[in-house]
Design a protein around this ligand. Structure first.
Ligand code: GSH
Length: 196
């Protein structure tokens, strides 16, 4: 979707983040809200040869995989006025040009019993994407993350900051995929440190 199609007739827009966006939006926004989207699960199945990896050793970052029985928790950011164009222009480079993500509108459910859903923009990397790596065991993904780094930083930082967000902002959510990869990556790091 083109930015102008996304913002047509809107005075504000919600953007849902579920990976690095939850801890590093890096764009101006009016307010943010923890919550979830339904019908998707978060998986470290997308490759990254820019921010957290390179062509020889791509890092692993998250994307969303359709699954009617699952939901994914994160943060939605409301942008209004000039923030809409600014954020979409910035995210187009960070997410689409460099990250291979495409945009989709989904229902975002703010945390709290009686809150009705709002439409939110989300960046998803689909399996036909050139950087898509697909499923692997927590041990394989953890080992890849433990040794990858890119222009923005270490892949481990990307993993640990997301795990920290989930523990601090969504303590009621048991994200086995995320925490099993975190444990595997930290085990590899401890071996690497012990071998020094
Ligand atoms: N689209 C997801 C994932 C975003 C994501 O992690 N994108 C990568 C691009 S491959 C990124 O922005 N990385 C910046 C960083 O690693 O600091 C989200 O909403 O958070």
């Amino acid at each position: 979707m083109k930015p102008q199609d996304i913002t047509a007739g809107k005075s504000s827009l919600w953007i849902f983040g579920y990976g690095s966006l939850v801890w590093k939006p890096d764009f101006r926004y009016k307010r943010s809200q923890v919550g979830y989207i339904q019908g998707y699960k978060r998986r470290f199945w997308h490759g990254d040869n820019f921010h957290r990896g390179n062509d020889e050793l791509p890092g692993r970052v998250v994307t969303l995989i359709e699954d009617d029985d699952e939901s994914t928790w994160g943060v939605a950011f409301e942008v209004s006025g000039s923030q809409m164009e600014e954020s979409l222009k910035y995210l187009n480079v960070r997410e689409t040009v460099r990250g291979g993500y495409i945009t989709k509108m989904v229902d975002f459910f703010p945390e709290g019993e009686d809150q009705s859903p709002v439409q939110a923009l989300v960046y998803i990397a689909t399996s036909d994407n050139a950087l898509y790596l697909g499923p692997a065991s927590p041990e394989e993904i953890g080992a890849q993350i433990a040794v990858s780094r890119g222009k923005t930083g270490h892949n481990l930082e990307y993993l640990l900051r997301l795990a920290e967000f989930m523990r601090s902002s969504c303590p009621h959510v048991e994200d086995h995929h995320l925490f099993s990869i975190e444990a595997a990556a930290l085990t590899v790091v401890s071996y690497l440190l012990a071998a020094q």
